[in-house]
Write a new protein. Structure first.
Lengths: 253, 139
């Protein structure tokens, strides 16, 4: 037990080091990129060409293969930002502040993708692009939190105070996550409750569920790849003039 | 853990709990308004003022749908399996509008006649996704 704890502690300290992260991520990046693209391809092709059409909606339901994964990663990224905010405020780990800065635009993009794909689906099925129900509105609030984090960060000249401010904002916004998740159960909404269930049988047939799960996995892998790239870019930006970084650049030339 | 870090965690916990409490208060005050629509039971128990546009939602009752032959007018009943309210509407309907399926209507409610005059109809899709062949086999 103690051994495990010290191993985790060591990993945590390594994770906080820019040079360690920069070198280890360069090893992970190519293989995870290939893997992500492959699984993304499999999921999308399976979902669009090889899964049956829905009895009531016909073909339009296939937007689910974009919409659900996008909404899922959008919320998970925010959870990661809030966790990083907590780590930054308590332990002042520089990497955590950098993580928020790097990941916020990725989270914002996926939230926007979820909102847009939902609107495109809503127009033919519901009869409207947008309605102010609890699920849609709380997801819009998620997008606004992401944009607020991006805006707040860029309003500071000093990186330290910027990291501090966005950490607090990221934590405050976490309150929105359970609201998004439970909105369809707590209130009358136009948005349907979720079809994928962990503890009981899903209300989506398995022929449609499996490609959807592959798409969800693919989106998480894509976020991992985009995240590595964004964090590396931000490290490069902050450490441009440091000795260790120059050494790597010279070595690679 | 060092004392100043512990203190920071306490401060975060304190702020977090106060935000939670305030959000809880806001939501319990707003409870009515967060719901997108009134169910037929809500309409019967505390009818809202009829001069304000509201939304009513539920299932389209089976065998209640009547289409006017010469116009786009339709009449149907919305039910939540306890109470029903009759709805009239003139215009185009979304693809998914069907008997026994969810619907959200926007319009004016007249409590004395238990009638709802809608100017917008939205179809509510449920969480069930079934392939065509499977559905046919089931029926």
């Amino acid at each position: 037990m103690n051994k495990l704890f010290s191993a985790i502690k060591l990993f945590y300290h390594k994770l906080g080091s820019y040079p360690w992260f920069y070198s280890i991520s360069s090893k992970f990046l190519p293989i995870s990129s290939v893997l992500a693209l492959m699984i993304f391809g499999i999921g999308i092709v399976w979902g669009i060409f090889y899964s049956p059409s829905d009895a009531t909606q016909g073909e339009i339901y296939r937007i689910i293969y974009m919409h659900v994964p996008a909404a899922s990663v959008a919320q998970s990224i925010y959870f990661a930002l809030a966790t990083a905010g907590f780590v930054y405020i308590v332990w002042k780990m520089k990497m955590a502040g950098l993580f928020i800065k790097a990941m916020a635009p990725i989270g914002a993009s996926f939230t926007l993708l979820a909102l847009i794909s939902g609107a495109i689906w809503g127009q033919p099925t519901w009869g409207t692009w947008w309605v102010w129900d609890a699920r849609l509105t709380s997801t819009l609030v998620l997008l606004l939190f992401y944009l607020a984090i991006i805006g707040l960060y860029s309003s500071f000249d000093n990186k330290k105070s910027a990291d501090q401010a966005v950490s607090i904002l990221a934590m405050v916004g976490a309150i929105n996550l359970p609201i998004i998740k439970k909105s369809v159960d707590w209130w009358n909404t136009l948005h349907q409750p979720s079809s994928i269930r962990v503890f009981e049988e899903s209300s989506i047939s398995s022929e449609m569920l499996y490609p959807l799960l592959v798409c969800i996995l693919a989106f998480y892998l894509l976020v991992f790849v985009f995240g590595l790239m964004a964090i590396r870019a931000e490290i490069a930006k902050r450490e441009m003039n440091k000795e260790w970084f120059k050494k790597i650049i010279i070595k690679n030339d | 853990m060092k004392q100043h870090r512990k203190n920071r965690i306490y401060v975060i916990l304190f702020i977090g709990i106060s935000i939670l409490i305030s959000i809880f208060l806001v939501f319990s005050a707003l409870q009515e308004n967060i719901n997108l629509f009134y169910s037929p039971t809500d309409l019967q128990n505390n009818p809202p003022m009829s001069d304000k546009s509201i939304r009513a939602g539920g299932l389209v009752k089976e065998n209640s749908l009547i289409r006017d032959k010469d116009s786009l007018k339709i009449f149907f009943e919305i039910t939540d399996l306890k109470n029903t309210v009759s709805v009239s509407y003139e215009g185009l309907l979304p693809d998914l509008f069907k008997e026994n399926k969810g619907v959200v209507a926007t319009g004016y409610f007249y409590p004395s006649a238990n009638e709802f005059v809608a100017y917008e109809i939205l179809a509510k899709h449920d969480e069930n996704y079934v392939p065509k062949e499977v559905k046919k086999a089931l029926e």
